[in-house]
Design a protein around this ligand. Structure first.
Ligand SMILES: CC(C)(COP(=O)(O)OP(=O)(O)OC[C@H]1O[C@@H](n2cnc3c(N)ncnc32)[C@H](O)[C@@H]1OP(=O)(O)O)[C@@H](O)C(=O)NCCC(=O)NCCS
Length: 179
């Protein structure tokens, strides 16, 4: 577990998620999905049960090339990051992550600290050589953060997203090498 301070001097912690966090993560994710159209999952599609969430967390804990991090403040989940590699041997050296911060806590440095914690872990993990992510081209806030941390654009999926409004958005893939 690591303690950190927000830009306003409030304490938050970052640690690996455990089975006991399953329900809190689900409740957090529901708030997140209903707050933004810049992520893939829509709220009605998010039907995971607490038992299924526990399986997901336990599978990640068992896999040395996978990690789920939560940020906590005031005893509540305020941020989430999950990273995993593909199962196939020839792609086992690369992995993808997704990150989010509770809408009431964004802009305080929590997202940055979650990603920095992942990159530190990846540097010390013998298997992981490259970390990548997919971001909507309209998500300027997230793109700014990734660039600031050293990620580079490597590709673009044209019109990969069709928002509920009918508007198309490209997906940008960004990466950083950790070895
Ligand atoms: C994107 C997200 C994870 C960033 O987390 P965060 O905790 O809000 O970000 P931080 O406070 O750590 O910000 C760090 C950097 O991000 C960028 N950033 C943050 N807020 C920003 C804003 N309002 N406008 C532009 N850039 C912004 C800046 O580069 C900032 O660094 P700086 O303050 O030194 O300039 C968060 O806003 C979020 O969860 N958004 C909704 C879900 C989402 O889009 N997830 C990413 C999907 S790919």
């Amino acid at each position: 577990m690591n303690n950190h301070l927000t830009r306003n001097g409030k304490e938050f912690t970052i640690r690996r998620a455990g089975e006991k966090d399953a329900e809190n993560i689900i409740n957090y994710a529901k708030i997140l999905f209903s707050s933004t159209d810049q992520v893939l999952t829509t709220l009605p599609e998010y039907t995971i049960t607490v038992e299924e969430e526990k399986v997901w967390i336990n599978n990640s804990l068992k896999n040395p090339a996978s990690i789920i991090l939560i940020a906590e403040m005031d005893n509540a989940v305020v941020g989430l990051l999950d990273f995993s590699t593909k199962n196939r041997k020839k792609m086992a050296h690369i992995g993808e992550f997704g990150v989010s911060v509770h809408p009431g806590y964004q802009g305080n440095g929590i997202g940055q600290k979650l990603i920095e914690t992942l990159l530190e872990w990846a540097k010390n993990n013998r298997q992981i050589e490259k970390v990548f992510l997919n971001v909507f081209a309209t998500n300027q806030r997230a793109i700014n953060l990734y660039k600031k941390l050293g990620f580079t654009e490597e590709g673009r999926h044209i019109k990969a997203i069709k928002q509920l409004s009918g508007e198309y958005t490209d997906i940008i893939q960004m990466y950083i090498e950790t070895k």
